[in-house]
Structure formats: structure tokens, C-alpha cells
Write a protein that binds this ligand. Structure first.
Ligand code: ZN
Length: 266
């Protein structure tokens, strides 16, 4: 790791500061961690991108300055389903309980953006009664309906559902500019399209914890699609900019995840 110095070309996507510490550079890494390849030849020919990670001295956010979102298309054959792991399901169960304890979700409308196979919404629905919408460009057609859950095989569209609770589990770390995305889905900028009619919206976010990666020297965490890593202060600063008040910010899954619980009154 080199010394911190002002960077003339790159600014932190969270706070705009240019006092940055270079972390790691690596050329030609596969774009996706979890893309399925049908043959060795296909795997060797996988599309690639470069890593050029920095940490911001202002807010401690970590990001890949070489990330290019136009290279990404999550409609590739991609499998991040962990529902067969008993340990992971037990962890998700504790998250379900913490979410309900915080937000009292019975009867509410819940939207999960980047819901993967829908495993989390389904598990939440086994415990509590609510109307849920899951959005993911990589959903299988078989997943479209599940009792009062609706799964939409696409990126989030605010016209279909106005959430009382918005869930983003393992989504923000895939986005180079969190503010553009959060503006789009929470309508921070006028006109406040996405959440405008709701008097308040609750928010649950789960991302990998940068603190855990550093403490355990988890070098394999660096990958092209994980272009953003949050510390506690970086995550709180990001959401504060969009008007959310933190209600709880803690480590989960034995420190590997950050769990953010917040509310915005519109
Ligand atoms: Zn920053």
C-alpha cells in the first residue's frame, strides 16, 4: 500500500474527496464472480476488466477506479443462490427477525431490488405476511409469482410498486456510483419519482464489510463486479446524503456483512 496523496484525476464516488490511498491494481480479471460457463474454453474466454482500487481518506469508502458499468450485464448465466446452505439460511432467518423487530412489516409493501433468485423475500414471507416485489434481471421465469410475492425479471421500475420498506441485499457493492443508483430508486432528486407519494420509507441494506476484509486479509474479495466496498462510516455517509436517518448499523454474519437499518420521512 502506498502513501496517501491528492489524486488529480479520481474523486471518491461517495464524498468527492481526492485524498486517496492506492490499495491494489490487477489487469484482466473476469467481469463476474458467479457466471456459469459451459466449457473450459468458454471460461478461458470470459470477458474481463481491470482492478484499480483506492480508499478515500475522507469517508473510508473503497472503490475500483477502473470499473466500467457499461461492461456489466447481469442477464448472463449467473448463479448466486445460497439457499441450500443451512448456515446461510439460519443467518437469513436472524436478519428476517431483525428487520421485523425494527420495521414491523406485517401488511406492508416491501420491494427488494437485486433479489437474485428471490430466496430472501421467500424466507421473509414464511415468517411474516406482507406484499412483496422482487426485481432482478437474472430471475428465472418459474419465479414470477409466489403467493403475495411478485418477481419481476428486470431492473427496478418505480411505477409498479411504492415500498414501505426497500431492501438492498448485496447490491450496492456492484455499483460504481451509489448516488446515481440511490437517486433513481429513492427519488432523491426532484421530481422524486420513486418514493414520492409515501410519507416515509424504511430501508434495509446489507453489503460486505470492508472492516472484515481488512482484519482477515481477504485478498480474494477483490473482483471486478465488486467495485465498491463500504465501511460503517462510508455506508452511513452515503445514506445520509439521500435523507435517510440511521436507526441501527451493525456487523452481521460473524462480522462479514454490514447491516444498515434506516428511515426517511418524505
Ligand atoms: Zn470519500
Amino acid at each position: 500500500m502506498q502513501a496517501t496523496s491528492p489524486n488529480q484525476k479520481i474523486a471518491c464516488p461517495v464524498c468527492g474527496a481526492n485524498q486517496l490511498t492506492p490499495i491494489l491494481k490487477k489487469k484482466a480479471m473476469p467481469l463476474y464472480n458467479l457466471e456459469l460457463h459451459r466449457s473450459r474454453a468458454d471460461a478461458l474466454a470470459a470477458a474481463r476488466g481491470d482492478l484499480d482500487y483506492y480508499q478515500c481518506s475522507g469517508c473510508t469508502f473503497v472503490f475500483n477506479a477502473a470499473f466500467n458499468p457499461s461492461l456489466m450485464n447481469y442477464k448472463v448465466a449467473y448463479n448466486n443462490d445460497r439457499a441450500l446452505s443451512q448456515i446461510y439460511r439460519a443467518y437469513m432467518d436472524t436478519v428476517c427477525e431483525r428487520i421485523n423487530n425494527m420495521f414491523d412489516i406485517t401488511g406492508k409493501t416491501i420491494v427488494e431490488v437485486g433479489c437474485g433468485s428471490g430466496e430472501f423475500l421467500k424466507q421473509l414471507h414464511q415468517k411474516y405476511s406482507f406484499r412483496g416485489y422482487g426485481y432482478d434481471p437474472n430471475l428465472s421465469a418459474a419465479n414470477n409469482h409466489h403467493e403475495t410475492l411478485t418477481f419481476i425479471n428486470d431492473y427496478y421500475r418505480a411505477d409498479l410498486a411504492k415500498p414501505d420498506l426497500l431492501i438492498l441485499r448485496h447490491t450496492l457493492e456492484h455499483l460504481g456510483d451509489p448516488h446515481v443508483f440511490l437517486d433513481e430508486i429513492t427519488g432523491t432528486q426532484a421530481p422524486r419519482l420513486a418514493l414520492a407519494p409515501a410519507k416515509r420509507v424504511d430501508l434495509y441494506i446489507e453489503v460486505p464489510a470492508w472492516e472484515w476484509i481488512v482484519e482477515r486479509n481477504q485478498i480474494f474479495a477483490f473482483s471486478f463486479e465488486h467495485c465498491s466496498y463500504y465501511t460503517k462510516p462510508a455506508l452511513e455517509k452515503t445514506l445520509t446524503k439521500h435523507g435517510f436517518q440511521t436507526r441501527k448499523l451493525s456487523f452481521g454474519f460473524k462480522g462479514e456483512h454490514l447491516e444498515y437499518y434506516g428511515t426517511r420521512k418524505n
